[in-house]
Design a protein around this ligand. Sequence first.
Ligand SMILES: Nc1nc2c(ncn2[C@@H]2O[C@H](COP(=O)(O)O)[C@@H](O)[C@H]2O)c(=O)[nH]1
Ligand SMILES: [Mg+2]
Length: 457
Amino acid sequence: MDKGLGAGIGDIISHFQNSSCSDGVQEPCIWASPGGARKIDIGKQIFCNRSLNMKNIVAVGFDMDYTLAQYKPETFESLAYDGTVRKLVYDLGYPEELLEWSFDWKYMVRGLVLDKKRGNILKMDRHKYVKVAYHGFREMSKEEKVEAYGNTLIRDAFDEPDYALIDTLFSLAEAYLFAQLVDFMDNNPGKVSKSTDYVRMYKDVRAAVDLCHRDGTLKQMVAKDPKTYINEDRSIVPMLKMLRESGRSTFLVTNSLWDYTTIVMNFLCGSHTLDGGITCNSDWLLYFDVVITGSAKPGFFHEDNRANLFQVEPESGMLLNTDNGTPMPQVGDISPGLLLKEKNGTCRIFQGGSVGHLHKLLSIESSSQVLYVGDHIYGDILRSKKVLGWRTMLVVPELEREVELLWELRDLRKVSFRSFHHTSSMFYDNLRMLKSSIRSDSQYIATLIGRLQYRFT
Ligand SMILES: Nc1nc2c(ncn2[C@@H]2O[C@H](COP(=O)(O)O)[C@@H](O)[C@H]2O)c(=O)[nH]1
Ligand SMILES: [Mg+2]
């Protein structure tokens, strides 16, 4: 754990290290601390770009998908890819040969931008200059890039509706399929209907991906066999226990609905059977004070959000405060019964609502007392941080390998830095000598000219 997190976290960590679980068995130390404990791999450490005093944090919240649940892209994204291709062929009339296509899950990365009109995939720098551009899978030349993106007087915003941002790991398959379709359309003009252009193709891919998320194509498969699609993470439960034992509230706010949430959370926090299966029960709820499913982030964080908050009955998944599906009138306030932590401390489960509801449920006085951990820069972080003032933590699994590489190559970098330093000092020394010799030469010439002038006058 990075020391930059401030004194508060150290207290919690030592507390956790000394603690034993309810059955009296000493649990393994998961966290490093100033006092020693286990060394944490560099790729698993926490880094901060602003100090955070954990003493001020009273509630810690988590997003679920791609935050607590790290999907395996090789299986999960392939599932999304295959499902999307099938929908394009069987529902939207695309040629059957698409079914033969395959997906390279390592090809696309987050941070890319799709140019829907031109069929291009762009990598930009932080100033929105297009550094690398591909048309389908063909790299564009410098001239093509300048012509498309470098000649406008007004800088392009590279935003919706003409562009799509690949800002979540869920979008990798979608970007790959778009590039494949662009190549396919360019090379087989007769095979795609005349009315279909790149923009139409993007819309079709988006709609098909969206449907895969909604109609059970993905979720049913994950539910049947979570370990094929989600990485096991044995540090989640100790982390949640540690936070709760430190006196903080914990909560989950996910866009997934209850039926799926409980399966994924059971897999991550629950007990596993001998054959590797999972036992589905409500034990994981012990680690949370409040769970909000179907939260519709980022709208959840809007202050003027009037979404109804429904209580979920965990056994049946039914929404309680509805009248045959029609929301019961809410007068803006949550009923006092829900506000009080139930006597036995059980978790309260909801669907929908808004951040105002959550603050009331957890008795949050100031939004700066909340730390929220998520994977989606727009859905989880931007609004909750900028508008609400929540403290935030972004989970970026891609950085793990990058940080490891930086660490592995640190000696090499030191050597190259030293050699660069040596070469550059030599260069500057030579430059200085050259400059001074030019200066003395020119002085010599000037003196010579002066003398000559004197002689001839
Ligand atoms: N209808 C769509 N749902 C999508 C899409 N991409 C992802 N998702 C679903 O959102 C939640 C994310 O949950 P969270 O825990 O990260 O808040 C998950 O259920 C995904 O299946 C999409 O394009 N359309
Ligand atoms: Mg997420």
